[in-house]
Design a protein around this ligand. Sequence first.
Ligand code: DX5
Ligand code: ZN
Length: 224
Amino acid sequence: MQQPVRIAPSILASDFAKLGDEVRAVTDAGADYIHIDVMDGHFVPNITIGPDVIAALRDYSDKPFDTHLMISPVDSYLPAFAKAGADIITVQAEAGPHLHRSLQNVRDLGKKAGVALNPATPVESIEAVIGEVDLVLVMTVNPGFGGQSFIESQLEKIRKVRALIDAEDRTIDLEVDGGINFDTAPRAVAAGADVLVAGTATFKGGSNAYAGNIARLRDGSTIQ
Ligand code: DX5
Ligand code: ZN
């Protein structure tokens, strides 16, 4: 069942020179999750942050750290992210040959397991592992950078993932990530999403604007 809309600011769009303050500011502004984009320069053409930075940020928020790993290989790094304070650890379905094992590894570490689908990856690729996940992340841009445009064709995929989740007898988050703004947020929610990652749309306008941005993303996206 679709849950109330939650907002997960992506700190990729924040001011990295004051990352701790930014995490605290979006927490105070009403963020539900803190979305942390980890990129390795191999799976995606960009490099961001690793476990040590996440550990340093842990004290700046009591919200779940929603850790999106765009790295390959992934398995050998999972313990480090768990230790750093990640609560949800999401791996890309395309990151390695043994997705089921990666998800089990996350759960064995006592963390919530998420699986992310690139725009070209079909929903069918996760049907066999839906029993192992707590969150499905539909990428609505190609991963690697913030500030890209929402890929409209992914709305149909969100609908299919919603049907897949609703056939399960437990709660699974349906998160969307990429190009989420005041226009695309309600449409993603209407298609079935219940967690909205928003980088650019959250951090626009400076810290005084964060609370308004988060509220507008959430309130504009009421579940029908
Ligand atoms: C892209 C990342 C996203 C990104 C979203 O690879 O996974 O989380 O930061 O940025 P916006 O909201 O600016 O599209
Ligand atoms: Zn992300």
